[in-house]
Design a protein around this ligand. Structure first.
Ligand code: ZN
Ligand code: ZN
Length: 445
């Protein structure tokens, strides 16, 4: 039902933009794999799943190939704009590269060279799952990338599995996976909801560290969908693309409406990504097409991803309608400066910094009533989970960059120290040995 609601809201935004400023929010998904690499779906499958999930656009990222671009798959498929990027394996980790010409070749595994060549070809790059235990980004000296994933659905699922696989007992892991599979068969939405209730703080901690150093870094939410889990000799096509698209979304905020023309709309969506004009949402909590985060001073206005010059005071306004019990947190360079248990927060700031917003949803409301099943009693594990974590993550905005006098809009280079020589580049955490022993293999790119 929310899918129809989401589509309807999006349409409404297109024809009747907010009075204050013409921002258009388009729900979409980025980072997914097809049969061109290790995914199980064709472009037709992905487009159908995206349409069913109410998305306006998707960006694919098959490993180390732009062949789908050469095959003409970048176009509108029905109402969904399908854009083709790639996920490049470098010596420092996986790099999403987008907005590239079809004949682009990077020809190296050196992370800085790859980033430079992507930029020189007119594209841009995003660090994929940079803080994941399994496939972390290892070289933070690099510069010139546009963004990093601050949510990765595959990592959220990993986080859930890791909690039990730390014990490194293959039998225990296997029984846990069988239990998970059984629950998934009974209630796939319940299992996916559980995954997106996980928060991986390390991603945001790293992001905040970059922002504190004055770097402008777009935060994206990767679904990293494959719809393919090989286990021994069997391959499970789970979670499905649609389930992934309904779990984590990246709203692209454009300054002009999409026109239904692939070329023009590609430019609009990619412009939003390059500038971090994005906010990220967990739509299983509620759709978020009307979320707005804006800054105002002396007739000037900015929204997510944009800089605003601080003269005396900047008024920040957060609007998060769509859930009965939202809790808004406003953070400056990663530190909370204000919060409200309401769907609106206004706050005046007099200090420069990167201001971003996290919105949570209280679980207390609606817990007894499940719209899909009607009235029912909550299960014991639900009650326990609600006690443990009453607030579910719902929306994560990109920052508004409040610049002080004399500060330009261009960010200085990152100041991370080089990696110390001799540190082994650890790629697998303790839990993965058990996972692999249970026959669940990992991405081999
Ligand atoms: Zn990857
Ligand atoms: Zn991937």
């Amino acid at each position: 039902m929310w899918k129809r609601f989401s589509r309807w809201c999006n349409l409404l935004l297109l024809v009747a933009p907010a009075a204050a400023a013409p921002y258009y929010a388009h729900p979409g998904a980025v980072h997914m794999h097809t049969v061109y690499s290790d995914g199980s779906g064709t472009f037709q499958n992905l487009a159908a799943a995206a349409q069913a999930a109410g998305l306006s656009y998707i960006i694919t990222s098959d490993h180390n190939t732009l062949e789908p671009l050469r095959d003409g798959h970048q176009r509108y498929w029905g109402s969904v704009l399908v854009l083709v990027g790639t996920e490049i394996s470098t010596d420092a980790g996986h790099l999403l590269a987008m907005d590239l010409p079809a004949d682009f070749e990077w020809g190296t595994r050196d992370p800085q060279l790859v980033i430079d060549r992507v930029n020189a070809a007119g594209g841009f790059s995003v660090l994929a799952h940079p803080v994941s235990e399994r496939w972390p980004w290892l070289d933070w000296r690099v510069r010139g990338y546009a963004g990093m994933e601050v949510i990765n659905l595959a990592s959220l699922m990993d986080a859930d599995l890791r909690a039990v696989t730390q014990i490194q007992l293959p039998a225990r892991t296997l029984s846990r996976l069988v239990d998970l599979a059984q629950r998934y068969l009974r209630d796939p939405d319940g299992v996916m909801t559980r995954f997106t209730d996980n928060t991986v703080d390390a991603d945001r901690t790293r992001w905040d560290a970059l922002l504190r150093r004055g770097q402008q870094v777009a935060g994206t939410a990767g679904v990293d969908a494959h719809a393919r889990i090989p286990a021994g000799v069997t391959v499970f096509h789970v979670p499905t693309y649609q389930e992934a698209f309904e779990s984590v979304q990246t709203y692209a905020v454009t300054l002009a409406p999409l026109r239904g023309e692939a070329e023009a709309d590609r430019r609009e969506i990619y412009r939003a990504y390059r500038n971090g004009r994005l906010f990220l949402a967990y739509p299983r909590v509620a759709p978020a097409p009307e979320f707005r985060f804006t800054a105002h001073e002396a007739g000037r206005e900015a929204t997510v991803g944009q800089p605003i010059r601080l003269e005396e005071r900047v008024r920040l306004i957060v609007e998060a309608p769509g859930h009965p019990r939202p809790v808004i947190r406003l953070l400056r360079d990663g530190v909370e400066v204000a919060s409200a248990e309401a769907d609106r927060l206004e706050w005046t700031v007099t200090r420069p910094g990167a201001y971003r917003v996290e919105v949570y949803a209280s679980q207390r409301a609606g817990r007894l009533f499940d719209i899909r099943r009607g009235l029912r009693l909550p299960r014991v594990d639900e009650i326990l989970r609600a006690r443990r974590r009453e607030l579910r993550p719902w929306i994560l905005s990109n920052p508004i960059y409040v610049r002080g006098p004399g500060q330009g809009a261009v960010a200085p280079a990152p100041l991370f120290p080089p990696l110390r020589a001799g540190i082994p580049l650890r790629r697998s955490g303790p839990g993965y040995a058990a996972l692999e022993a249970a026959g669940i293999c990992c991405c081999s790119y």
